[in-house]
Every structure is written in structure tokens, then in C-alpha cells.
Design a protein around this ligand. Structure first.
Ligand code: AMP
Length: 369
């Protein structure tokens, strides 16, 4: 083994110690909550974000003010950090891969590259034997017509940069195809056959450097206009459905050699089978309830994993309903402050724009263990 390989192995295998610094690419609310969890474990965090006043700035130890694709800033971050992680799935992959980093990136960039492109994501699921909606790549109106003829009513989605229901158009009949295709604005897309699911759930799971795997109880997720509004645990699904979803999540994380927490979204069908929709290579909005209902939250679990530490106890001590506070929902704060069992979490965002996630509240109802 050459010295260079030995040195890079040291970087890859590094186990952090209290006082070490974790670099976090992205300064949104997820970075804010990761920084809080790290601080509780005696670890420091340094955020890379163009906005000096981003939500994570208030809870981290410092901010490197730079664009997320600034290679020199990524390299500077790596010199100050013992490991780099990220808090949003659209982190630019090319500059991160090209950068000469002096610490590891956990999870790596493969998970990012796959999750950023719906065609790669669905193809990756399918190659692992994980069921998804039937789908086809769409680059032209003729492709859209062929896909509709083969798959029936469905949804056209941009391959990249779609989240919270953005970049999507429903196709109920052949007459909708032209409008749906022009809504893609010339961007590469995929067409998905419509899945008549009973409910939507997610697996919030962690994989650790030693290959061990740990998942939280499965929440049921309710969306409105593509935005998550509530996560409810326990989900009203059978144990076989929960086990199938967890097993698919484990297969995915193993295939990626993943280190950290990921959120994998599933549709649950009337017969109890599960169909994967998408995954996020980061902590996930549908896992926010864990900070109120589990000894170790998804945020702490992610920090433990990227630090090279062992898994924490994810056993749920309470039933929980997490409500997202979106836009004007933040006006309900006085009511939540007076609600028994409610744990309020605000992200420190000044302006409540429509659709903007301002905070969340988790209401727990403890159950005997
Ligand atoms: P996505 O951005 O892929 O998570 O889609 C946003 C929401 O649209 C999902 O949470 C589902 O409620 C719905 N949805 C997405 N894809 C499908 C599908 N193939 N069939 C039925 N509903 C879907």
C-alpha cells in the first residue's frame, strides 16, 4: 500500500473526537438542527453557505460565506473540518468531486448524483429489485405520447431540481400531454404511471461506517400541494409493509456504501406492498418528530454516523404527530405554545412567504414501553 493510499484511508476512516469540526454544506433548517445536535455532542460545526444570515448560522460555530459550488471554499472548509457532510440534496456534485479535499465527505457524492436525477434514481431502485412506479424517460413530446400510451394516466416530472411537488404536471388524458410537456420548460423529464396508493410513508434510516443499519419507526406522511404537512407515528400500516420498506431502504444504503441518515419515501398499496418514490441523501422533514419522541433524533444519528461513532437508540417512547408550520401557519405559534405535549421548533426565518417552511411542532402522547 502506498503512502498516499494509507493517508487517504486515514481520512476516510477518521473517527471524530469532541472538539472536532464538522463542515456542513448548506445553511437551511436541516443544517441548523444538525448543528444543534453536534453541539450537544461536543462537536463544532462550520456551515458553507452564500447567506451569512442563513438559518444554520445562528446555531453553528461559524459560516464560510461562499456559493455551494465554490471549489476553493470547499477546499478551505475541508482544511478546517474533520469531515464534511451536507444538508440538501442539490449540492453541486462536480465541484465537490473535483476539489482537493483534506477530509472525507459523508455520505459520499454518489448518493447525491443519483438522487439529483429522477431517471438515475428510479433506475438505481429498479436495478436493486426495489419496485417503483412504472416510468419512462421523456425528452420530446413524442416520448411523452409514447409513455402515456404505454403507462396510462400519470405525472410528468423534471428529472432534476424538483422538490415539494415543483416541476410536475399531471396527465389525466391524452389532451393534457402538450400542456404538461411545455410545463417542463424544455428540461429532460420522466413520465410516471399514476400509483393508486393508500398512504405515503417514509423510512428514516442510518447506515454507519462499519456497515450497521438502524431505522426509526415508519411515519405516515400527509402532503398538501406537494408539501409535507404532517408526519404521524405510528403509521397505520401492517408490520410486513414496514419491514418491506425498511429492507428496501437497507438495500439502497448498502448499495451506496452510505454513511449517514437518509429519508426514503414509499407508497403503500391496498395489498400492503410498498413502492419506492424517491430518496433524499440527508436528514428528512418526515423525521423531525424523532427529536421529540426518541432518545436519539435523526439529527444526532446523522452526526454520530458521519463522526464515525456508533448508532444511538432510536426506540420510540411516544406516539407523535409532527405538523409543519408552512407560511402563515407560523401565526398559530401562540396556540402551539399552549398545547400540552407540544415541542415547538422555529427556524429563525424572518419572512413567512407562502410555501416557506418556518418551523414545525411535534405533539407527543407517551405510551408505556
Ligand atoms: P415527488 O416530488 O416525486 O415526491 O411527488 C410529490 C407527491 O406527488 C408525492 O408525495 C405523491 O403524493 C404524488 N406522486 C408522485 N408521484 C406519483 C405517482 N407516480 N403516482 C401517484 N402519486 C404520485
Amino acid at each position: 500500500m502506498s503512502d498516499t493510499t494509507a493517508a487517504s484511508d486515514d481520512v476516510e476512516d477518521r473517527v471524530l473526537e469532541p472538539g472536532d469540526t464538522i463542515g456542513i454544506i448548506g445553511g437551511g433548517q436541516l443544517g441548523r438542527m444538525l448543528a444543534m445536535a453536534a453541539a450537544r455532542l461536543g462537536l463544532r460545526t462550520l456551515i458553507l453557505d452564500p447567506d451569512a444570515d442563513c438559518p444554520a448560522a445562528a446555531t453553528a460555530h461559524g459560516v464560510v460565506i461562499a456559493r455551494h459550488d465554490d471549489r476553493a471554499a470547499l477546499e478551505a472548509l475541508s482544511r478546517q473540518a474533520a469531515v464534511i457532510t451536507y444538508e440538501f440534496e442539490n449540492v453541486p456534485v462536480a465541484p465537490l468531486d473535483a476539489a482537493d479535499l483534506s477530509c472525507a465527505v459523508r455520505p459520499g457524492t454518489q448518493a447525491l448524483a443519483i438522487a439529483q436525477d429522477r431517471a438515475s434514481e428510479k433506475g438505481f431502485f429498479n436495478a436493486l429489485g426495489i419496485a417503483t412506479a412504472p416510468w419512462a424517460a421523456v425528452d420530446s413530446i413524442a416520448d411523452a405520447q409514447t409513455a402515456f400510451a404505454a403507462l396510462g394516466p400519470g405525472i410528468l416530472k423534471t428529472r432534476r431540481l424538483g422538490y415539494d411537488g415543483k416541476g410536475q404536471a399531471r396527465v389525466r388524458g391524452a389532451g393534457d400531454i402538450a400542456a404538461a410537456f411545455s410545463a417542463m420548460d424544455g428540461q429532460p423529464a420522466i413520465y410516471e404511471g399514476f400509483v393508486g396508493f393508500e398512504r405515503e410513508v417514509s423510512v428514516i434510516a442510518a447506515r454507519f461506517a462499519d456497515g450497521s443499519f438502524s431505522a426509526f419507526d415508519v411515519p405516515e406522511n400527509r402532503h398538501d400541494a406537494g408539501i409535507l404537512r404532517q408526519s404521524i407515528v405510528p403509521a397505520d400500516i401492517g408490520p410486513a409493509s414496514a419491514a418491506a420498506a425498511c429492507s428496501a431502504a437497507r438495500t439502497l444504503l448498502d448499495a451506496l456504501g452510505y454513511v449517514g441518515v437518509a429519508g426514503v419515501e414509499f407508497f403503500v398499496m391496498a395489498d400492503g406492498s410498498v413502492v419506492a418514490n424517491e430518496f433524499a441523501p440527508r436528514v428528512h422533514n418526515s423525521g423531525h418528530w424523532t427529536e421529540a419522541a426518541c432518545p436519539v433524533s435523526q439529527f444526532e444519528q446523522h452526526i454520530r454516523a458521519v463522526a464515525g461513532w456508533t448508532a444511538g437508540d432510536t426506540a420510540r417512547h411516544s406516539d407523535a404527530v409532527m405538523h409543519n408550520l408552512v407560511g402563515d401557519d407560523v401565526n398559530d405559534v401562540p396556540r402551539w405554545l399552549a398545547t400540552p405535549g407540544a415541542m415547538l421548533h422555529l427556524y429563525g426565518k424572518a419572512e413567512a412567504r407562502p410555501g416557506r417552511k418556518m418551523g414545525h411542532v411535534t405533539v407527543i402522547a407517551p405510551h408505556p414501553r
